[in-house]
Write a protein that binds this ligand. Structure first.
Ligand SMILES: CC(C)(COP(=O)(O)OP(=O)(O)OC[C@H]1O[C@@H](n2cnc3c(N)ncnc32)[C@H](O)[C@@H]1OP(=O)(O)O)[C@@H](O)C(=O)NCCC(=O)NCCS
Length: 230
């Protein structure tokens, strides 16, 4: 098998095998053409279409549909199954997983979308979590940090010059979210400390200006493939 491309958002088509010891992250833009969107909607099951239709804002409807459709396409490739035939089950905190894991024994995935970007992480032999945040709307970083971060993290943030504070806030926020998502926890797990977790590795992912992103996966260290859907 050829080596994986170097960890950059590569448009090189990888071999669609995912051996143990590798973690793949895909990124795609959500503003897909109407024709592509219609094709992606065709891949969704009834419950997903109903969920899409419940979004009040057209923008949210389109993004959910595009992200789920793309998730199904990629899962279809990794599992060698028709994307429409894939069934999901939901963990106690709403984490989607494969309902019938047998054909893809151990395939774990996680998805995040924000702004125009969706990231989807996959691994064969371990739990993964991913988070992306578009840094568009102004947020009160200090207040959120006081509420969600540990006191020492919040204090470290408060001591930073304003220009750096926002970037550092989102760096930490996305890492915590990715870790929570890898663990399948909801808000209950906000005290997680990504830099000191004995079971999971967490890292920031480079995206263009205006976005922050992070990946978390169960140790040990894996080979990372970062791919761009074009
Ligand atoms: C539910 C939660 C996943 C929300 O994440 P978000 O940033 O709003 O949205 P994202 O786009 O990153 O992730 C949503 C996707 O993750 C997946 N997901 C949903 N619940 C999940 C869970 N408990 N664990 C892992 N993945 C989950 C789904 O695929 C979902 O996509 P879908 O709605 O299109 O099906 C979860 O992270 C949460 O409750 N977070 C707590 C918020 C908080 O207090 N954070 C503090 C951080 S310091």
């Amino acid at each position: 098998m050829p080596p994986l491309p170097t960890p950059l958002w590569s448009s090189v088509s990888p071999e669609f095998t995912l051996p143990p010891g590798e973690v793949h992250v895909w990124r795609a833009e959500l503003d897909v053409a109407a024709k592509t969107l219609a094709e992606l909607r065709e891949l969704l099951d009834e419950a997903e279409r109903a969920r899409a239709d419940r979004f009040l804002r057209a923008e949210d409807r389109l993004r959910f549909t595009a992200a789920r459709g793309l998730l199904r396409r990629l899962l279809g490739w990794y599992l060698q199954r028709p994307p429409q035939k894939i069934a999901f089950a939901y963990g106690p905190q709403g984490r989607p997983e494969l309902a019938d894991p047998a054909p893809g024994a151990g395939l774990s995935f996680n998805l995040s979308h924000s702004g125009e970007i969706v990231l989807i992480a996959f691994a064969r032999d371990r739990a993964v979590g991913v988070d992306v945040e578009a840094l568009r709307a102004p947020v009160d970083e200090a207040a959120l940090a006081r509420r969600y971060f540990r006191p020492e993290e919040s204090a470290r943030l408060a001591a930073l010059p304003e220009a750096e504070r926002r970037r550092e806030f989102f760096r930490l926020w996305t890492r915590k979210e990715a870790l929570l998502k890898a663990k399948g926890l909801g808000v209950s797990g906000i005290a997680v400390a990504p830099e000191a977790d004995p079971e999971f590795l967490t890292m920031s992912l480079e995206l263009e200006e205006g976005y922050a992103a992070a990946l978390a996966y169960r140790r040990p260290e894996a080979r990372l493939g970062l791919f761009r859907w074009v």
